[in-house]
Design a protein around this ligand. Structure first.
Ligand SMILES: [Zn+2]
Length: 407
């Protein structure tokens, strides 16, 4: 009896999902990190161990095919609506009808939603519905975090229609649903916190690592400016939107997860060395268990130092373009010269044209189609990677990988 009980207790709890059946709901103590595939950009939904929830990005690029993956599950709804419905479904387990946090890593359409003349207006007519504004229209955000609030002047004042619409959304939602907005503060670990039962999970932490070139030093909540004074720079050398992305590290016991938006680590030849943001971010991040590729695995991401320093057991690529991932990016992920030991690589949506270019190297992926859920067991010692069917709204389990041991 004692042996049976010991065996039972030793089994990772996340091992309860059955292939072909709907995903069992989140339960208290688990940490769920969903990488949602709409085919049109990035989006992740996190449910923390006490039920606090956070949406990271909700993209809707209007790039036409064949330069983009087909819509998932289909084109009957726009991506922001699919994301909101996905979130609503998962939030039922808490239960909750709002998201505690929405975090926008940076201001690009594939992370926040583009607009054009076809973009519909919200019911109040005060803003248009695309990506993050559409998701927030359906599932209210309590606190929105971005890199620019309140003036959006870094590194230069924003003038696009997309940003004007985003600001209209903020003003309207503050008034209509009491949404709050804050600028993401690098260095801090008390800006994104458990909202429900913090005392129950003292080993949970989100460390704000970087934004706008301010990078945590590793000491207290101190940061260091990575970008030089813009006054002395040619405008062509100014930091790009991607370089200004928010990066954070989530820790739950021994489990560590990294998400750095679109920061880059392999700038164009001849560019200033400081255009590489991955290297200083990697220094303060250290090894992690799960890593989401920066800039969707585009050729300027995942430099050797970054891969070597984070040395993840699991790499997740949110991909939706023929250029995702870059050929050499993929070889760095698999390189045992960069770091020893096994590693599994998952992608949300590999295009046929990418298969033609990358050929056999893609056969090493553990999954190349579907939502990717990282489900971490209570306490953080073990976790699984679960692939969910993205062809319908069934949330059916396609495959379960792991259990993996956190470091
Ligand atoms: Zn970007």
């Amino acid at each position: 009896m004692r042996l049976a009980l010991t065996l039972f207790l030793a089994l990772p709890l996340a091992f309860g999902q059955t292939i072909g059946e709907a995903l069992p709901p989140w339960t208290p103590g688990f940490l769920d990190i969903h990488h949602i595939n709409t085919g049109k950009g990035d989006s992740a939904l996190l449910i923390f161990p006490d039920g606090t929830s956070m949406l990271v990005d909700a993209g809707e690029t209007l790039r036409p095919p064949p330069r983009i993956t087909p819509p998932k599950p289909d084109d009957s709804r726009p991506p922001g609506e699919w994301i909101a419905r996905y979130a609503s479904h998962m939030l039922r387990a808490i239960p909750a009808e709002h998201l505690d946090y929405a975090l926008l890593t940076h201001f690009h359409g594939d992370h926040m939603g583009e607009i054009d003349e076809r973009t519909p207006a919200s019911a109040t007519g005060r803003y248009k519905l695309t990506g993050i504004t559409q998701a927030g229209d359906r599932v209210p955000f309590r606190l929105l975090l971005d890199r620019g609030w309140p003036n959006y002047h870094c590194p230069a004042p924003s003038t696009s229609e997309m940003m004007a619409n985003y600001r209209d959304f903020i003003m309207a939602r503050m008034e209509l649903s009491g949404m709050r907005v804050e600028r993401f503060q690098p260095g801090r670990r008390d800006q994104i916190v458990l909202r429900r039962e913090p005392a129950k999970y003292p080993n949970f932490e989100i460390r704000n690592l970087a934004a706008n070139g301010a990078i945590w030093t590793g000491e207290g909540s101190e940061t260091r400016g990575h970008f030089p004074d813009l006054a002395g720079l040619a405008k062509s050398d100014w930091p790009s939107e991607n370089m200004c992305s928010i990066a954070f590290r989530l820790r739950y016991g021994r489990f560590d997860y990294f998400n750095g938006g679109d920061i880059i680590g392999g700038p164009n030849e001849g560019s200033p060395e400081w255009h590489d943001v991955e290297t200083p971010v990697a220094r303060v991040t250290g090894p992690v268990d799960v890593h989401v590729l920066n800039h969707d695995g585009f050729h300027d991401s995942a430099n050797a130092f970054f891969v070597q320093t984070l040395r993840p057991r699991v790499h997740i690529m949110s991909v939706y373009s023929p250029t995702h991932p870059g050929q050499r990016v993929l070889s760095r992920l698999f390189s045992t010269r960069l770091y020893p030991g096994p590693r599994d690589v998952f992608a949300t949506n590999i295009m046929e044209v990418t298969r033609v270019v990358l050929g056999d190297s893609l056969s090493r992926l553990k999954s190349d189609q579907g939502h990717i859920l990282v489900r971490v067991d209570p306490g953080g010692d073990t976790y699984c990677v679960i692939i969910l069917d993205d062809s319908t709204e069934s949330f059916k389990v396609k495959a379960v990988h792991g259990p993996y041991e956190s470091r």
